[in-house]
Structure formats: structure tokens, C-alpha cells
Design a protein around this ligand. Structure first.
Ligand SMILES: [Zn+2]
Length: 372
């Protein structure tokens, strides 16, 4: 799987994972649940079985890693940087630093499954030579060797990932192909719709066969498809606009010497939640709603704003593309962005007014469709 990074800041660095090695300048990280999984595998079964099982699991993960490196190296060839690759028990994720265009996405997405197909051919040839044919593989599966199992695993990885539905690689290939003729948002909606339809079918199959793993996969496919659709549609409405088009120009500021009581009154008087903190014309920080509430509870209403403000605030310029500003709102940090012009505060961008902007653009696009 390959994903564009959800945010341009570092807030989304995968936690609970550690760096194992660096290959071609790309950090390879292992999620701790993968170690738990390995421990569970080695603990189950007799010591001879568990040794074979652990060898098998590690070999599979080398194949998954090669799949992700396939994405990453083709991305690098197209000038798209991979921030890191993280291995989870359910597979790997290559986090891309910027969004590839449809043509790049087509080749980047195809590269992962292609690696597994090439591995399958090489392993198949090895089996043919070492085991003189595929007799063992086609006969009793109980007697299958490590090579046999790896052949099946690589074929499964290639086929499963090429299912033409989001969030699988095949869905990205389909979206990229559709985006040659259609707008990207429409292409994503189609690929996402197919993904969700497939997830529902998978889920139903899981319910009827009592396959819990199948139900779990269906759940993640459904979630992945809808997230991708939402973020792409949002992005498509922001595309071509600058920060000045969406920013708030009518907003309140507060002075460093003001009390939290005054801040609380401003909070109650209007719809604004967070306030830029000023010393004359100079911005010193931002006072967030949470800090006002916590400050009142811990230190009382006479406390100065200065002691509760956040000194490192996010800022941008009026001419910055709105798409980039959108990426400055990771889920972990929805605090507003201040808009500066030559060190002077000229506006403010909140996640609420950004979503209002998207809603209005959406309404306008519906209207123009009806009048076509
Ligand atoms: Zn992939």
C-alpha cells in the first residue's frame, strides 16, 4: 500500500514504531504490534513448528517490504519522496511526502504488486528446479515447503492488492486511469464507490461464513475508501484557491495584559473560540478555548492571558494555496492558522470556516451542473 502523507508537518509520524534500518535513504520502521504478532506465533505450537512458522512469517514480511520498496523506488524515480515505510502485522504502508499526479500514481501503485509477481516467478522457477515440478504444491498442501508457501503468499499479495477498489493499490491504479479522462474528484468517487461496494460484499461473506478476519478486512476497506473520497473531494474544491479567498477578516484579538475573565467574556459574546494574542501590532501567540477553560479552573479569572497563550502558532501568507493550508490541520491539531502579511496579522483560518468554504464551493458546483 502507498499513502500520501496526511499532513505536511511532523504530527503524523507513526508512533509505537521504531526504525529498523534505512534502505536507499528510506527509514524502514516496525510497528510494535508486529513484534507482538511474532511473539504470539512463536509461542503457539511445538518448538519445531514455531521455528518454521517464525521463519515463514519473517520471509513473508521481507516480501511485503520489497512490495513497499517497489512503490518507494518508483516514487523516487518520479521525484516523489517516501517519508518512511512502516510494517504492521496486516501489511506495510509507504508514506509518501507529497501527492503524486495521476500519471505518477499509476506507475507508483502498479510497482508494489509487480514486485510480488516477479518474486512469484522467481520462486516458481526455483521450485521447478529444486522440487522437479509443482507436484508437491499441487498434491498434499500439508507437505508444502517454505518455497511453496512463499509462492502462494506472493501470488495472493499480487492478486489481493490489484483488486480495483480503494484503498488497495488496484483502486489507485483505477483512479489514476479514470483521472486521465475525468476530474480527479469524480475518478476518486467512482473508485471509492467500487471499494465500498466490495467491502459490503466481503462483509456479508464474512457474516455468512463466520469469517471474522474477512469482516475485519471489509471494515478497513470500507473506512479507507470513504476517507480517501472525503479528502480528495475536499482537496478538489480547494484547488486553485488561495488563503485570502477563505480566511476570516472579521475577528477579535486579545492583548497579553488582558485577564482570562475578559477572554471568557469574549468567548461567550461571539462564535470565535481562539484568539490571536497581540502586543500592539505584533502577534505574540494564540489563546485557545481549552487554555481559557483550563486556566480559569486552575488559576482563576485574574490570570494574565500571557501565561496561558501558546507561543508557537501556525501561520501562512494570503497568497498561499488553500490546499497547503488544509494540510496544516492534522487531526491531532485543529488550532487556527494566522494569516500574516509583512509580519502584520491580516486574517485567520479555522477548520470551521475552511469546511464552510468547501460547502459553499460544493453548492456552487451543484448549481452550475444544474444549469448546464
Ligand atoms: Zn501496495
Amino acid at each position: 500500500m502507498s499513502l500520501p502523507a496526511p499532513s505536511s508537518r511532523d504530527a503524523h509520524r507513526p508512533s509505537w514504531s521504531f526504525r529498523l534500518i534505512t534502505i536507499a535513504g528510506i527509514p524502514i520502521r516496525i510497528h510494535f504490534t508486529f513484534l507482538l504478532f511474532l511473539a504470539w506465533v512463536s509461542a503457539s505450537g511445538s518448538s519445531k513448528d514455531s521455528y518454521a512458522l517464525v521463519t515463514f512469517v519473517i520471509s513473508i514480511f521481507v516480501c511485503v517490504l520489497l512490495h513497499e520498496l517497489g512503490h518507494a523506488l518508483v516514487a523516487k524515480h518520479h521525484g516523489v519522496i517516501t517519508r518512511d515505510i512502516t510494517l504492521y502485522p496486516i501489511g506495510g504502508v509507504a508514506m509518501l511526502d507529497n501527492r503524486p499526479n495521476p500519471k505518477q500514481e499509476f506507475w507508483i501503485s502498479l510497482a508494489g504488486p509487480a514486485v510480488n509477481l516477479v518474486l512469484a516467478v522467481i520462486i516458481g522457477a526455483a521450485i521447478f528446479v529444486l522440487e522437479s515440478g509443482f507436484g508437491r504444491l499441487l498434491g498434499d498442501l500439508q507437505k508444502a515447503s517454505l518455497l511453496d508457501a512463499l509462492l502462494i503468499a506472493n501470488l495472493t499479495l499480487a492478486i489481493f492488492n490489484m483488486i480495483p477498489a480503494f484503498p488497495m493499490d488496484g483502486g489507485r491504479v483505477l483512479r489514476a486511469a479514470l483521472a486521465q479522462k475525468l476530474p480527479e474528484a469524480r475518478a476518486t468517487q467512482i473508485a471509492g464507490g467500487i471499494g465500498q461496494g466490495l467491502a459490503i460484499l466481503l462483509g456479508l461473506a464474512g457474516v455468512f461464513t463466520h469469517g471474522y478476519i474477512l469482516m475485519l478486512i471489509a471494515f478497513f476497506v470500507f473506512l479507507g475508501a470513504s476517507q480517501e473520497v472525503t479528502s480528495t473531494v475536499t482537496r478538489s474544491f480547494l484547488h486553485g484557491h488561495v488563503v485570502a479567498d477563505a480566511m476570516l477578516t472579521n475577528f477579535q484579538t486579545i492583548r497579553t495584559g488582558d485577564s482570562l475573565e475578559r477572554a471568557a467574556n469574549m468567548l461567550l459574546d461571539g462564535s470565535q473560540n481562539d484568539f490571536p494574542v497581540m502586543n500592539g501590532d505584533e502577534v505574540l501567540g494564540i489563546l485557545l478555548k481549552n487554555s481559557i477553560v483550563r486556566g480559569l479552573a486552575e488559576e482563576g479569572p485574574t490570570t494574565y492571558v500571557a501565561s496561558r497563550m501558546q507561543r508557537d502558532y501556525k501561520y501562512t501568507s494570503r497568497e498561499a494555496p488553500l490546499e497547503l493550508a488544509f494540510e496544516m490541520f492534522p487531526q491531532a491539531d485543529p488550532s487556527p492558522i494566522l494569516v500574516m502579511d509583512n509580519e502584520k496579522l491580516v486574517g485567520m483560518l479555522t477548520i470551521e470556516n475552511l469546511s464552510e468554504f468547501v460547502m459553499l464551493e460544493h453548492a456552487k458546483s451543484q448549481n452550475s451542473l444544474q444549469h448546464r
